[in-house]
Every structure is written in C-alpha cells, then in structure tokens.
Design a protein around this ligand. Structure first.
Ligand code: NAP
Length: 248
C-alpha cells in the first residue's frame, strides 16, 4: 500500500525540517522527488544524497516561491524534463511572530508572499500537467494555528488559515479532473522553525499537547505519503490535523 513508483513529486522547502522528511518518505515509496530550496543548497544536497544513498531518485531545484516568475520557470523546467508532475507538496513557509501592536506591513507582506501566494502559484503551475493527465495530488502545509489561532502569531496564523480556504476552493475546482487537494495542519513539530522558540514558550505549548510530546517531521511525512497515494483517491478538500491532540 501507499507505493508511489513512477510518480514525480515536487516538495517546496524540501531541504529541511518537515519538507525534508516528506521528500525522504515520498522517495522511500518509490517517487522521484524534486527537492526545492531557496537559500540552503548544502541542505538540499544532503537531502537528495540521503535519498539516492538508499536507492531512491532525487534532484534539487532552487527557486523562491515568493517570486512567481522564477517559480514558473523552474517548475515548468521540471515538468518538461519529466514529462509530467504527479504530486505537489506546497510546504515552503516562513514564520514571523510578534504581538499585534508591533505588527509591520512589510512582515505581513513577506508572510503572504511566501505562505499563501507562493503556495497557490505553485499549485496553479503544477495543476497544468495534472489537468492534462486527469490525475494529480496537491498537498498544502497549513498549521494548527491557522485553525485555533495563537497569541503573537496573528499574521502567520492568518496566512495558514488562508491556505486552508485556498485548498478547499482548488479541491472543488479540480475534483472533476480527478486531482485531489488536501491540507496537513501540523501541530508543534521539532524543526529549525520551532528551535527559534525559547524554553518557556516551548513548555507552554507542550502543556497544550495531550500526547505530551512534540511531533517529529516524520509524523507529518507519513500523512503526506497517505494523501499523495492512490489509496487516498476519495479524500479531497480535507484538513488532516497531525498535532498530538492539540486542537481537535
Ligand atoms: P523550516 O525548518 O524552517 O524549513 C523551511 C523550508 O522552507 C526550508 O527548506 C527553506 O529552504 C524553505 N523555504 C523557506 N522560504 C522559502 C521560499 N520563499 N521559497 C522556497 N523555499 C523556501 O520549516 P518547517 O518547520 O519544516 O516548516 C515547514 C512548513 O510546515 C511551513 O509551511 C510551516 O509553516 C509549516 N508548519 C511547521 C510547524 C512546526 O512546528 N515546525 C507547525 C505547523 C506548520 P532554505 O533553507 O533554502 O531557506
């Protein structure tokens, strides 16, 4: 079950954290994985090497999802090279936290450009070969805070809520083309993004997790494999919460 042999997958922000775990898990199921990054070429290479050392197929492609024209050029290159694109994991995201009274327009704009516009533009470009093939899988990465909110994360949470609205709309638009579109809403996952939190913040978040631990990136990656698989063919427009019970 859940095999992805012969499929081509793009994972944005695939070089580190949740994205890297998704790349490795998709490749372990047989997919050829395109690992996207923007700054960290070394990390992207390490991810691709880890996959190829296990006998999988991976390549790296740099583009900034916030730059629509660079994204279009890069993704169309991938589609041309492979002749198709079966799976898009729109995972690339940034967090800029702060209290509402200190919220700057420029931070909101950066968050929107990467987390929402970037993810949606990737879906738009990726959907073209999927429509031709009359099949495809798009997985968006939202967040538990997009559904439950979090003090100090107004702007970030707003982008993650927006991703859910976008995904549900695309799911309805593309259902007749047999393209499924779903969202993973991770809870508190141990990655570079959460390493930026101080101990007091981490302790406070952990108190709110009934399963009593932080999530691992592989906890998200297994959900990603499921949603990308043929077995999830009847699942679309859904938000899969992988959060240790933090929000139910
Ligand atoms: P991370 O460790 O900070 O990794 C972020 C990844 O995204 C890196 O590969 C980074 O590449 C890439 N990236 C950032 N901006 C990009 C851009 N403009 N274009 C292309 N790639 C870009 O983050 P993470 O914790 O794995 O989070 C991954 C996703 O899950 C994000 O959407 C995040 O909002 C969401 N999420 C995370 C958590 C959590 O607890 N960690 C919880 C809920 C949701 P470079 O290294 O090249 O910059």
């Amino acid at each position: 079950m859940f095999r992805l042999d012969g499929k081509v997958a793009v994972v944005t922000g695939g070089s580190r954290g949740i994205g890297r775990a998704c790349c490795e898990a998709l490749a372990a199921q047989g997919a050829t994985v395109v690992v996207n990054y923007v700054k960290g070429e070394q990390a992207a290479r390490e991810c691709a090497d880890a996959i190829t050392q296990k006998g999988g197929h991976a390549e790296i492609v740099a583009f900034d999802v916030a730059d629509t024209s660079a994204t279009e050029t890069a993704l169309e290159g991938v589609i041309k090279k492979h002749g198709k694109l079966d799976i898009l994991v729109a995972n690339a995201g940034i967090a800029i936290d702060g209290l509402l009274l200190r919220l700057k327009d420029e931070d909101m704009d950066k968050l929107w450009a990467t987390n929402v516009r970037g993810a949606v533009q990737c879906a738009r470009i990726a959907s073209k070969p999927m429509m031709r093939a009359k099949t495809g899988r798009i997985v968006f990465m939202s967040s538990v805070v997009g559904e439950m909110g979090n003090a100090g994360q107004t702007a970030y949470a707003a982008t993650k809520a927006a991703v859910i609205g976008a995904a549900k709309s695309i799911a309805r638009e593309y259902a007749s083309r047999n393209i499924t579109v779903n969202v993973i809403a991770p809870g508190f996952i141990d990655t570079d993004m959460t390493h930026a939190m101080n101990d007091a913040q981490k302790e406070a978040v952990l108190k709110a997790v009934p399963l009593g631990r932080t999530g691992a990136a592989r906890d998200i990656a297994t959900a990603c494999v499921y949603l990308a698989s043929d077995e999830a063919a009847y699942v679309t427009g859904q938000v899969l919460r992988v959060n240790g019970g933090m929000y139910v």
